[in-house]
Design a protein around this ligand. Sequence first.
Ligand code: 6PG
Length: 262
Amino acid sequence: MESPAHCGHYFRYFWQNRMQFQAVIFQDKKGISESAAYRFVALSHQTKGRFCVALAGGSTPILLYSLLAQPLFRDSIEWERVHLFFGDERAVPPDSPDSNYRMAHESLLAHIPLPPENIHRLRGESEDLDAEAFRYEAEIRALFPDTAVPAFDLVLLGMGADGHCASLFPHKASLGEQNRLVVPAEPGLKPFVPRLTFTYPLLNHAKQTLFLVSGADKAETLQQVLQGEPRYLDLPSQGVQPVAGNVTWLVDREAAARLGKE
Ligand code: 6PG
């Protein structure tokens, strides 16, 4: 499978001389989504055995998930090896229009030959979100029995205009969690409902993290996150700094409009 000939303009950002981010700038969300789909397939081929992925919520990933459900990509993936988790979920039933699971089911899960047991749903409808967070952590750990902190092969993330990722919102207690892998989280942006979210320890052990960021409303925040002062309590996406993995930002021209060239 050939990746698209024109796959974006690459920039490397050396942030405070400590962390190197790679950002790839595409014309539009379609370019972001195609690149992410090719990367998904390529990473799945490079991974021996299980391919564990944490899906992003929100709206940006819908096009990516729809592409993965298309024969070109769908038929290039050994779905029996794939395990799909959710990096965060809203405290709503799975059939709610606000459910990240429902979004993923409609755009991807209903259209691929993924064994049902390989879909690991975060049960946002739980009456006790703390118990659900513990349950989900145990479900994750069961696939990584020999590691202190599970290392996902791929984590997909979006970024809110407030700089949040997953459901790690500015100045919330969940940003300080250093032991648990999944926690309940206070509401942040719409929908204003309680959440469940991966924590930094789990996010930062991923082997490959892809941020998908699209739209002019993200431009100011993206510039601050990638090129501004480190202040992850204000801009939680800055806190995604994998201990050994890579972070690649797939962004469109509108979102990248404020980025300075380095
Ligand atoms: C959520 C998402 C959230 C999302 C960002 C960006 O549950 O809301 O996980 O972190 O990725 O808010 O959302 P958009 O892609 O809709 O801009």
